[in-house]
Design a protein around this ligand. Structure first.
Ligand code: GLC
Length: 418
């Protein structure tokens, strides 16, 4: 890498990111000992559970048979194209077999390498494979001490780099290295540049997220959908309820309607959605998640191209009946609050050439200046999750409303410039 010119670095990054930029939708899986307590993946820290007490969970954990197969099938069905699983969360317990600690799934209760099972399951469904790895570690004796003690820092960084090496060596080709929380060191303390150079040497096609305190290949807005600037790749990671790990007392789940809305939003910003599930200790998927994902999958099988491919940026404004994705001279209006037999869309600053239900019948319309009225529609929403209406327009689609009503001077409709 170091011999590359900056242009070559960017070219190589574009090559490695190609699949990711087209993937749009992935499954995040948070699974670990915390699932057994069911009170959020931060339970060890939040409840101040002593290490010796927490550790015991490892000896008696007995996950069900190959749950990753169920997750991968569900992900595929939902229209997801990749998965990212926690190989080690902040609790420090490794789901993979590690020569560097026996606090791992192979040597403790499960007696199996749960990461190996995951990788095999994802590949069997043709999904790309990502590894989440928490740099922060509440179990390792040097995990906090490393901040003030150089000997401890060296030992701990040796441990972390060593585990990252194991992950990049023992599971074949990987697609994503997804680091998390880098407390308590900085990039220099972690020797992140060296660590990531090693990752690339072992996995030349891999993409790396921005959480080792270096920007690397893509940004990871968490719990909000905010496009990155300057064309940088990004992926919004979101929970299904409000926790990442299995938390049955946290019942505020997103619906399929919410997920379809989030997919529209990431597509419009040219990014991805990494949507989390927190499986039970046995590996079961909470029914709220599996039901919603199946519905999303059905929706995606009908309207997929308006999400996977329609990712051109389009100026648009908030609008209660829906919002757009766009590709070239096509604007896809995702209507998720169906108004009835007639629907008006304001502010479209383009002449509409044709309107139709995506993959279906043409729609009668009239357009007076920047007021488009679609007529003869069914009274009920054809698709309650979002009905996509495909509008072919002249020029690049753009919606301009502003706060003033009917601005005669400076009428955007009258303008020919874009
Ligand atoms: C936060 C949390 C963590 C979760 C992660 C996912 O950093 O600490 O529990 O794994 O977000 O992005």
């Amino acid at each position: 890498m170091s011999q590359m010119t900056p242009e070559e670095v960017e070219k190589d990054r574009a090559r490695r990111l190609k699949w990711f930029r087209e993937a749009r939708f992935g499954m995040f899986i948070h699974w670990g000992l915390y699932a057994r307590l069911g009170r959020h993946e931060w339970v060890m820290n939040r409840e101040r559970i002593p290490v010796e007490e927490y550790e015991k969970l490892a000896d008696t954990w007995k996950p069900g048979e190959w749950p990753a197969r169920t997750w991968a099938k569900l992900a595929k069905k939902a229209g997801m194209r990749y998965m990212v699983m926690t190989t080690k969360h902040h609790e420090g317990f490794c789901l993979f077999d590690s020569a560097l600690t026996d606090y791992n799934a192979k040597k403790r209760g499960p007696g199996r390498d749960l990461v190996a099972e995951y990788v095999e399951a994802a590949r069997a469904e043709g999904l790309r494979v990502g590894f989440y790895y928490s740099m922060m570690d509440w179990h390792h004796p040097d995990g906090a001490r490393c901040k003030h003690d150089e000997q401890a820092r060296r030992r701990f960084v040796g441990y972390i780099h060593g585990q990252v090496r194991e992950l990049c060596t023992n599971y074949g080709k990987l697609d994503i290295m997804w680091y998390d929380v880098s407390w308590p060191l900085d990039a220099e303390g972690w020797e992140s540049a060296k660590m990531n150079a090693m990752v690339r040497q072992l996995q030349p096609d891999i993409i790396i997220n921005d959480r080792s305190q270096l920007p690397e290949d893509f940004g990871t807005p968490e719990q909000h959908i905010t496009p990155a600037s300057g064309g940088r790749a990004w992926e919004a990671c979101m929970t299904f309820n409000e926790s990442w790990g299995y938390t049955p007392i946290d019942t505020n789940y997103k619906s399929a309607w919410n997920v379809v809305g989030m997919l529209r939003q990431v597509a419009a910003g040219g990014g991805n959605l990494l949507l989390n599930i927190g499986p039970t200790p046995e590996g079961g998927v909470p029914v709220e998640c599996s039901t919603a994902l199946e519905e999303v999958g059905e929706w995606m099988s009908q309207y997929g191209p308006a999400i996977y491919e329609a990712t051109d940026p389009m100026q648009q404004e908030w609008f209660i009946t829906g919002a757009f994705t766009a590709k070239g001279d096509t604007a896809y209006f995702h209507c998720n609050r169906w108004p009835g037999e007639e629907m008006a869309i304001g502010g479209l600053v383009n002449k509409v050439v044709s309107a139709r239900f995506m993959g279906g019948k043409p729609i009668e319309f009239k357009q007076v200046k920047d007021r488009l009225v679609l007529m003869g529609l069914p009274s009920q929403a054809p698709d309650p999750l979002a009905t996509v209406i495909e509008l072919k327009v002249e020029d690049t689609p753009r919606q301009v409303l502003g706060a003033g009503h009917v601005i005669i001077e400076n009428d955007p409709w009258a303008k020919t410039d874009k």
